[in-house]
Design a protein around this ligand. Structure first.
Ligand SMILES: [Zn+2]
Length: 213
């Protein structure tokens, strides 16, 4: 119980390490399947300029610690690497050069928390991205997003979030209307709530996991 709170606190307060721009597999080729963003697309030529470092397990951002807790509540061992980006207002899950990656702009998560008025906002975004790696990437983009939303609801309930807090981020930042990439925020919030409710009765609906079949 206390562990997840400490993660949330360090997420909000941690200073970002200096950008190193060290070469990484993710820099060479990153194909974002999901962009959970305040705006559509990257601000410049591509994500590689903004991936500043690979996050180690003790990264001051708190992101790997949150991911570790999510792995723990599901008892999953889906392998993927975590990278920290800056000034992108974005988070995404992707497969780059055959490797599963999760890329997070910590400042973006802080903005989400501020607007959603709960630190569960950031956790939901991270859990959504982890959900993409759990569920697999669907050819149907809306289906893929709802799959990830379902798993985020599952994760947040298991981590101790209230249902209202679990949907705060999507209600604050989601679109009122369907877009080419994402369903509208009401449908997404309903799916998060479904995951949350299923988790409360210790049930998982594997129809939200293409990779589990
Ligand atoms: Zn997504």
């Amino acid at each position: 119980m206390l562990g997840r709170r400490s993660c949330l606190c360090c997420l909000a307060a941690a200073p970002l390490a200096a950008a190193t721009l060290a070469p990484t597999p993710a820099r060479a080729q990153a194909l974002p399947f999901c962009r959970y963003s305040l705006r559509d697309g990257w601000s410049a030529s591509g994500p590689s300029e903004y991936i500043t470092r690979e996050a180690r397990p003790d990264d001051p951002s708190g992101i790997p610690q949150i991911v570790a807790r999510i792995r723990q509540v599901f008892s999953i061992a889906v392998p993927f690497d975590i990278y920290i980006a800056e000034k992108e207002d974005n988070a995404f899950a992707a497969v780059a050069n055959g490797k599963k990656i999760l890329v997070v702009d910590v400042g973006f998560l802080e903005k989400i928390n501020g607007t959603a008025r709960t630190q569960w906002g950031a956790i939901q975004v991270v859990a959504h991205e982890v959900g993409h790696h759990i569920a697999g990437f669907s050819q149907d983009r809306h289906r893929g997003e709802l799959n990830a939303d379902y798993w985020s609801g599952q994760a947040l309930q298991r981590l101790g979030s209230a249902m209202e807090a679990a949907t705060a981020a999507i209600r604050a930042f989601g679109s009122d209307f369907d877009t080419s990439s994402h369903p509208n925020k009401n449908r997404r919030a309903q799916t998060i709530e479904r995951g949350w409710t299923d988790a409360r009765r210790n049930y998982i609906d594997y129809s939200f996991c293409d990779a589990c079949r």
